[in-house]
Design a protein around this ligand. Structure first.
Ligand code: SR1
Ligand code: MG
Length: 388
């Protein structure tokens, strides 16, 4: 039977599962600060060994019990971590155990690392972040695509990762609600005029509709599905991607777009003179993604993999998608239901300025996405700093 764990019950479960030695002196803390789940950290005080037990709640924690949410997402998450581990074990936590009924995943404790969003807010640079995320996205995308995997096997995997409830959250919260006067939206009253202008912007909405359709229909590769900087643990040397409960088969540019957007939101929270490390991360992620994907491509058995320009087309489509999806993510994190601390923790005047900037930038990323090489993103941030 499913029941939400308490700290005491999490310890009892760890003992029952034999995850610690018999003489262990266990302490436990619920440390979840995300929108959806409980996260228990259990430590053996004698040896300092520790584990994480993550449990899905049957509703969205950020909203409350009025928003029911499938427990199946815990299974999707553990299966995605295991699938990603078969391609890039260095970039995901080890999964020790999972239980579908209890909706839990027991995994490696990464507390020696820091959530990248928090570190970036504190001004850390995480020098390897872009190299690691570029490689993570390229390898997981390639090896789960029709070019890197037997097509029959891919179809089975796509079936396994059918994730309609969590995809619906993204369809609504990322691609729909922020572009309409919907009651899930949340923004400062001072932004109302800017937001109403966005709601009346038919050119923008037409392009957002195309991106939503891509998200709904293009089953290209297995995606993490929620690759923002809060889904990444980092240090100067290490990067670990967590929380793939939104995993599903979708368009190749989606994870890159989410990641770029969250780097951009952090850039906007900073003074202009401090933004360079974020632009460098965006450009380097893209370069590493292209380089790694290209190397993988050379191993492909697909006959078209040897035809000129097929790879170039895939890569250029991926960039157009990534930039468009980044624009949607920038807008929804500014005025939608789920915000980011990078902007929300700013004092009011700076916050309003940064959020107005984010709305202008998000719009241009979406409408200009077909004409923006990666290095033009930095220029676009500068160009959208003020109203024209
Ligand atoms: C109701 S869930 C809100 C957001 O949190 C998750 O991390 C996803 O980004 C989702 O859109
Ligand atoms: Mg999450």
């Amino acid at each position: 039977m499913y029941e939400p764990l308490t700290e005491q019950k999490a310890v009892a479960l760890a003992i029952r599962l034999g995850l610690f030695q018999e003489d262990a002196l266990l302490s436990c803390q619920e440390i979840g600060d995300g929108n959806l789940n409980l996260v228990f950290r259990i430590v053996n005080e004698r040896t300092n060994d520790s584990i994480i037990i993550k449990q899905a709640l049957p509703y969205a924690k950020v909203v409350g019990e009025s928003w029911p949410l499938t427990l199946k997402r815990a299974t999707i998450e553990s299966q995605a971590l295991r699938t990603f581990a078969s391609y890039v074990p260095q970039y995901v936590p080890k999964v020790y155990y999972s239980d579908e009924t209890l909706a839990i995943t027991v995994m490696e404790d990464l507390s020696h690392l820091q959530i990248a969003r928090r570190g970036l807010i504190e001004g850390k640079t995480f020098p390897k972040l872009s190299e690691h995320i570029g490689e993570f996205v390229a390898k997981t995308a390639f090896y789960t695509s029709d070019f890197g995997m037997n097509q029959q096997q891919k179809k089975k995997l796509a079936q396994q990762f059918t994730n309609p409830e969590l995809c619906k959250i993204t369809e609504d919260l990322v691609f729909t609600d922020p572009f309409f006067d919907h009651d899930t939206n949340s923004f400062e009253t001072e932004l109302r005029a800017d937001v109403e202008q966005l709601w009346q912007d038919d050119e923008l909405k037409r392009e957002a509709a195309k991106l939503k359709r891509l998200f709904l229909t293009k089953a290209d590769v297995l995606l993490h599905g929620d690759l923002h900087t809060g889904s990444i643990f980092a240090s100067d040397d290490d990067t670990k991607v967590i929380d793939p409960e939104f995993a599903f088969y979708g368009p190749i540019g989606f994870d890159l777009g989410q990641f770029f957007a969250n780097l951009l939101l952090n850039a906007l929270s900073r003074h202009e003179s401090e933004r360079e490390p974020l632009f460098t991360h965006i450009e380097k992620t893209w370069d590493v993604f292209v380089r790694t994907f290209t190397t993988c491509w050379q191993e492909s058995n697909e006959p078209y993999a040897r035809v000129s320009f097929v790879l170039d087309d895939i890569v250029s489509d991926a960039l157009v998608e990534a930039i468009g999806f980044a624009g949607c993510e920038v807008i929804r994190r500014t005025i939608g239901l789920a915000h980011v601390a990078d902007l929300d923790e700013l004092p009011l005047e700076r916050r309003l300025e940064a959020k107005r900037h984010a709305l202008r930038l998000g719009r241009e990323l979406i409408v200009q996405r077909e004409h923006l090489p990666i290095h033009a993103i930095k220029r676009l941030v500068q160009q959208t700093a003020h109203v024209n």
